[in-house]
Every structure is written in structure tokens, then in C-alpha cells.
Design a protein around this ligand. Structure first.
Ligand SMILES: Cc1cc2nc3c(=O)[nH]c(=O)nc-3n(C[C@H](O)[C@H](O)[C@H](O)COP(=O)(O)O)c2cc1C
Length: 210
């Protein structure tokens, strides 16, 4: 199976994971690197990724996820958490990182820094939250596609109570919010969903060439 489209057709939102098969640590690390390499607006990366393996934590999270089995049965559960609010330090920390990584001077980045602050600091809190949450979905898409490329199964999940997740994972004190979840593992042969044809609009319906 080499073709990109074959891999994308192979991928499906897995409902039943095979609990006897575990994704290796090496493959997990490749996926985490893929998440880290994801593009973000201005490059600001206003998020943090949690890898949840602890069984007790996962059974608590399952209760906060409408009892969805993927939460406990996948090899790993990734919680993609956004920064619900931010101040100038979001930009300042990033500028420090550029200086350290690329060896450029602070003065050189002054204009870029002011531009980012001008665009972002005045946003109302709700918009800051939705803007940073949006960034986590780019990582989510990347993770699903790269996992499919590696023939690793995933289930993206929004079906959970994020207030309860924030409480269970202690995110409130860290200015983080559970935005979206990704279960990672190997499909169970018994999961009938894998055989369902994909339900998608035709190209004519969802694509316009101008
Ligand atoms: C952001 C997002 C949240 C989702 N939440 C859930 C979920 O909580 N539980 C679930 O079983 N599937 C969830 N899904 C899976 C979708 O239902 C599924 O991707 C869609 O029906 C298309 O099917 P396919 O991914 O198998 O091609 C979610 C998908 C996305 C992208």
C-alpha cells in the first residue's frame, strides 16, 4: 500500500482498538515529532501535548468521554491542549527561541514581535481561546495523516467534557485547556466500521475551481 490516497482510504476513525497490540515507543516518538513539526500561525505553537498511558487516569477520562472505549483501549491517548489565554510572554518566549535557534539579533526581530503583538494582544479572550484551539487541529490532522502513512490507527475525538478533562489532568493551573483528543493504536479485526465505505461529498459539491 503505497499510494497516498490508498493510505487515506485505509484510515478511518477507529472505534475498537486491539488491546493486545501496542504501538512501539519508537513509532510514538515519530508521531510526537510530527506533532512538534506541525505548522502554526506565526510559528507560535500555543499548545502542549499530553501522552496519557496511566490506566487510572484513562479510566477517569473515559468516564468524562461518554464511556467511549477508545479512551482506555488504544495504545496511547494524546490530549492536545491549547492555551485558552495568553499575554505578551507568548510572543516574547517565541522570539527568545528564534534568537537561540537561528542566532539572529533581538533588534532584527523587533518588527516581527511588534506585528504579532499588535495582531494578537487586543483579541477578546474568547477569540484568543478559539484561535489557539484552532492551532491544535492542525497538529491533529498532521498526526492522523502521518499515522495512516505508518499504518497506525487513530481516532480523533471531541466527544468529551473538557472541563472534566482539565480538572483530571490539572490543566487549569497551567493555563491549558483540553481541545481535542487522539487515540492511537491498532484496529481490532472485529471493528466493523473499518469496512464501511467513506461518506464524502463529491468533488463537484465541495470543490470550486475559479
Ligand atoms: C475533530 C473530530 C472529532 C471527532 N470526535 C469523535 C468522537 O468523539 N468519537 C468518535 O468515535 N469519532 C469522532 N470523530 C470521528 C468522525 O466521526 C469521523 O472522522 C467521520 O465520521 C469521518 O469518518 P472517517 O474518519 O472514518 O473517514 C471525530 C472526528 C473529528 C475530526
Amino acid at each position: 500500500m503505497n499510494n497516498v490516497l490508498d493510505k487515506l482510504n485505509w484510515r478511518y476513525a477507529t472505534k475498537m482498538f486491539d488491546t493486545s497490540k501496542k504501538v512501539s515507543k519508537e513509532d510514538l516518538n515519530t508521531l510526537l515529532d510530527a506533532a512538534r513539526l506541525t505548522a502554526s500561525s506565526y510559528g507560535l505553537q500555543p499548545y502542549h501535548f499530553y501522552v496519557i498511558e496511566d490506566e487510572d487516569t484513562r479510566s477517569k477520562l473515559r468516564k468524562a468521554s461518554y464511556d467511549q472505549a477508545q479512551i482506555t483501549d488504544a495504545s496511547y491517548l494524546l490530549v492536545l491542549a491549547n492555551k485558552p489565554t495568553f499575554d505578551e510572554s507568548l510572543v516574547d518566549d517565541y522570539i527568545d527561541n528564534i534568537i537561540e535557534t537561528r542566532g539572529v539579533s533581538r533588534e532584527n526581530l523587533d518588527g516581527y514581535s511588534q506585528m504579532m503583538k499588535g495582531a494578537l494582544m487586543g483579541l477578546p479572550d474568547a477569540q484568543k481561546n478559539s484561535w489557539t484551539a484552532n492551532q491544535t487541529y492542525i497538529a491533529l490532522g498532521n498526526l492522523m495523516t502521518i499515522a495512516a502513512e505508518m499504518e497506525i490507527d487513530t481516532c480523533p475525538m471531541e466527544g468529551f467534557d473538557n472541563a472534566q478533562y482539565n480538572e483530571i489532568l490539572g490543566l487549569n493551573d497551567k493555563n491549558l485547556n483540553a481541545a481535542v483528543v487522539l487515540a492511537i493504536g491498532y484496529r481490532s479485526e472485529e471493528d466493523q466500521t473499518q469496512h464501511y465505505p467513506k461518506v464524502r461529498y463529491s468533488k463537484e459539491e465541495i470543490i470550486t475551481h475559479i
